[in-house]
Design a protein around this ligand. Sequence first.
Ligand code: AMP
Ligand code: TRP
Length: 330
Amino acid sequence: MKRMVSGIKPTGELTLGNYIGAIKNFIEFQNEYEMFIFIADLHALTKPQDRLKLRKRIKDITALYIACGLDPDKVTIFIQSEIPAHSQLAYLLECHSYIGELGRMTQYKDQISKQAGESITASLFTYPVLMAADIILYDADFVPVGDDQKQHIELTRNIAQRFNSRHGDFFKVPEPVIPKQGARIMDLQDPLNKMSKSDDSDKGYILLLDDLNRIKNKIKGAVTDSFSDVRFDLEKKPGISNLMTIYSTLTKKSIKEIEDKYRGKGYGEFKSDLADIVVATIKPIQEKYNNIIKSTKIDEILDVGRDKISKIAYKKIMKANNKLGLGRKR
Ligand code: AMP
Ligand code: TRP
């Protein structure tokens, strides 16, 4: 069975973008692949975090993974920081990465321009190397992610290939799996930017744990153009096209079918239907979440995940050390 590895960082609450771009695909793949899905808590530390909030978000993401439909009997779920080999391998990979290539990462460049004038942590710069370690530590075949992570996976491939060419075949070179549709859900208020949990305006994103009425209002208040035809055109009509993408991914109706259904009808009816569709998706997730978060199940799942993954990770990191001549011959 081919192996898939992916994670989400607990820097904020999960959005509809995370669901459509990542989690929904984890669920679709869980019967076909061996899946390791983690909470990338180390990745959250590139910026200062409140420790109690971070703890809560780690638990929340675990509960939401399950509430969204990840089956812990099929998928191994674990917390990144509970497996020390991630940081250990990240260091070894830093010794095989170049400042130049890290400086070219768009996400890094965007972040530093947002933080202009502030101090930038060294870990923000080395972040993609830790991500590479997360993946190749497990010899992943595939990495299901949204569009914004494509460049990081490309870098992961380069680092793995470089390591292999210096030391002999050792890491599997992974492939990204990016959904054809919904790989970049845009901000509802600013459809030229990605929907993100760290945005300033909370009207621009939908959280999986948002109040259901607020969700409806956010969709009805989403920015659209001044024409009123429900037609997909990313350049001229980015707002309505984004809403159509959300509609299509949640209902499995094609864009063409949606255009046909709303021909001659205005944005009002379309948005109102979409609001119902999003609520119908999120409501059962919230109900399951509310049950799981109160139970002891989360800790049990994370314990099982940690114990299983620890063994695999330890073996690989010891082999990597050995390969590089570290320590004593084993
Ligand atoms: P993050 O929240 O940055 O850790 O992202 C976790 C996963 O969700 C990654 O695979 C991202 O590519 C994906 N993701 C985040 N935001 C979006 C979005 N607006 N649209 C689609 N996928 C997203
Ligand atoms: N960097 C990813 C993001 O911001 C999260 C992540 C960390 C990840 N490690 C990973 C995703 C390994 C896939 C595989 O979205």
